[in-house]
Design a protein around this ligand. Sequence first.
Ligand SMILES: [Zn+2]
Ligand SMILES: [Zn+2]
Length: 225
Amino acid sequence: MSETINKLTPEDFGQNFDPTLFSDWKKSVEAHEKAGLVNIVLYLIGFVALVSLKDIVGLVLFFGFAFVGLGISIPKRNKRKRFERELRISNSDLKAAIAKSRDRPKQATVSTDKVKETPEPATTAKKCQRCNKTVLTRNEFASELNEMGMRIDASGNITADGAFKGYGALQDAQARVAKMEGDKAIQCKSCGNVYCVDCLAKHAPRHRTSGGKACFSCGGSLQEI
Ligand SMILES: [Zn+2]
Ligand SMILES: [Zn+2]
């Protein structure tokens, strides 16, 4: 139930509520509902006492528990009613708003499905299958360098377009490039698994014939992508 209340927006009521008041009202509804549940539990305990003791003690306990339950829920109910008066929400308004919000999730799920579909091509960002960090393909590596005002030539030499503003900037750039080198994407020619340079440098097994690094999964040979 409080899930239902939580979903409600002022638009469901067709009104512009004060956001603080609206969220206070939601909290008060939740508190009232919780108190209602506690109330039911207390009634049940009282009822069990009444049935099992079958005497005046049971009766006293039954009314005692019922009283405590009411003592808990009535103030919560009053608080909720106070907010509803301030917001001018009637019971029928609430019902209508809940009905409206029930129609909404269907559209919302449709749109989230769409949202899920669209980023898929965008999430071509590859991850290392061993450590799960995002790896950089050759193109991504080059464009990241470009953003930093640097270039990489065909033989892999990195040059800066302009001068760095001081030694600190140069050091920062060098550190970043070093990290990027470790993030480079390497793919297995046999199974297609992708790994980062760091993982391969530190942990990869030797390739049976070439003696170079081999795929963690199938032992195949690797290539930069
Ligand atoms: Zn890795
Ligand atoms: Zn492999």
